[in-house]
Design a protein around this ligand. Structure first.
Ligand code: BES
Ligand code: MN
Ligand code: MN
Length: 461
């Protein structure tokens, strides 16, 4: 096969590749907000059309209980390997809107210190429309240059940002259709544009909601204050007690299943370049904070967490209202690492939270979505192929890293389809995913399109 045509083809289609992505970014496909249902369908339809134009066969919009999955395939020879590409076309809500420098669904290109050649500012530019669309354009490039060396299947879902509730049942019902050798996903980060890396693991997630009830109604905080438990005060105390002075989580049995790495493994991980000053500067913080005895990369990669995502109750309107509230609420998530299990952790969290509540309040704990942590075997053919592809494209061997975020469906791919996933991400942690002013570097977008065909090349070799 003549791979020398890949780069020239990409170079002569750069502008169109970009404009197509910008069009996709204009549709507000926010899966969390029911009013965007028409936008979700519009986006699924757009992805389907682009896959058809790129040269896929059997392109379909597959209905699920929730938002549809876009499926496509190109089978060149059933005897050859099959790469199954996964991505998501849904995005996070753009709120708070007032913190965006330009409207989240009107993409603009601006230069930044980290992206001197420009970055696309829009919700979903990095997570995950931009990264997902690299695969569509890489596929087009292979089709047009006659360099597709194996079979490919696409599975692009619309519910990743809400925990993929419909995709699990869908893959179980479509095992035959999804048969393949490896899952390829671009929905994670690299260390820096001059320091490629590939995740060897992802954290899992257990997401809980707690409700603390004190008196049966909101009370006058002067008439009753001091004599009745304030559920907000109590909730804060309960949350604070979940960490000790070393920022170690205090829930009994919480760490029981955590894999502890030995010094040699940790020394290997510590080789990944990391600049604490840059980290602090990017976030405007005077000091980092985390579990004693671990580095920042370890804290986000191989250690579990417990964080409050939101807390509310009482009076939060303008001005002051003297009230002793009846109820307090919090959303609490725990990031999990191999071999923790989200169901087990949800259960021990609920038990613990109920057990530490004083008699003066009632506590109700419910579980939202969860997902299991994953490990990618770095000696596997898939990982090695991805590594060689990046090495060829970047001129540097990528460093194995541990991604702090979660892609809940990845563990199910392994369990139900028996396939490992390659976390072939090209974004940067500083691209503000889920935050205002999310962006994706033009360098990253084109580099991804250039690198993906090399994965196919090495994986099929
Ligand atoms: N693409 C992210 C996950 C990610 C980002 C992994 C960066 C590694 C590095 C994904 O879209 C995401 O945001 N996942 C959610 C999962 C949740 C909604 C169930 C997460 O991690 O919070
Ligand atoms: Mn994502
Ligand atoms: Mn996300």
């Amino acid at each position: 096969m003549d791979y020398s045509q890949l780069k020239p083809y990409i170079n002569s289609n750069k502008e169109r590749f970009l404009n197509e992505l910008l069009d996709l970014l204009k549709i507000p496909s926010i899966s969390a907000k029911p009013e965007h249902k028409p936008d979700m369908e519009k986006t699924a339809e757009a992805v389907k059309q682009r896959l058809i134009e790129a040269g896929a066969d059997k392109v379909e919009i597959c209905q699920t209980k929730g938002y549809p999955v876009v499926y496509a395939e190109k089978i060149i020879d059933p005897a050859k390997p099959t790469v199954v590409v996964y991505g998501h076309y849904d995005v996070q809500p753009a709120d708070p809107l007032n913190l965006w420098d330009s409207p989240p669904f009107e993409p603009v290109i601006k230069k930044t210190e980290i992206h001197p050649e420009g970055a696309i500012f829009a919700r979903g530019s990095c997570d995950d429309k931009g990264q997902m669309y690299m695969h569509v354009k890489a596929f087009e490039t292979m089709m047009k240059t006659n360099t597709l060396p194996c079979n490919v299947k696409f599975m692009i879902e619309g519910e990743e940002e809400v925990g993929s509730p419909s995709l699990g049942p869908w893959i179980i019902a479509n095992k035959e259709k999804l048969k393949g050798d490896i899952i390829l996903i671009s929905d994670t980060s690299i260390i820096a544009n001059d320091t490629p890396s590939i995740d060897a693991g992802l954290r899992g997630l257990a997401y809980m909601e707690v409700e603390v009830t004190g008196p049966n109604r909101d009370l006058h905080s002067g008439v009753y204050g001091g004599a009745v438990a304030n559920p907000i005060n109590i909730l804060c105390k309960m949350i604070a007690s979940c960490h000790d002075e070393n920022n170690h989580i205090t829930i009994p049995a919480f760490y029981d299943d955590v894999i502890n790495y030995n010094d040699a493994d940790r020394a290997e991980m510590a080789k990944a370049p990391f600049d604490l000053n840059d980290f602090k500067k990017d976030l405007d913080i005077a000091e980092e904070r985390g579990e004693k005895g671990y580095t920042t990369n370890e804290r986000t990669g191989i250690r579990p967490t417990l964080d409050v995502n939101g807390i509310w109750g009482g009076y939060i309107g303008e001005g002051a209202k003297t009230v002793l509230p009846s109820k307090a609420f919090a959303k609490i998530s725990m990031r999990l690492v191999p071999n923790q299990n989200s169901h087990n952790i949800s259960e021990i969290f609920a038990k613990h939270f109920e057990s530490i509540a004083p008699k003066s309040v009632k506590v109700k704990v419910t579980a939202h979505h969860g997902g299991e942590p994953v490990l990618v075997p770095i000696n596997s053919k898939g990982y090695v192929s991805a590594s060689k592809a990046m090495e060829e494209a970047y001129g540097k061997k990528p460093i194995p890293t541990f991604g702090g975020g979660s892609i809940p469906i990845v563990a199910l791919f392994k369990k139900e389809l028996g396939m490992d996933s390659i976390l072939f991400g090209f974004g940067l942690d500083s691209d503000a995913l889920h935050s205002p002013n999310e962006h994706y570097g033009l360098f990253n977008y084109y580099k991804g399109i250039e690198t993906i065909p090399l994965f196919y090349k090495y994986f099929t070799a």
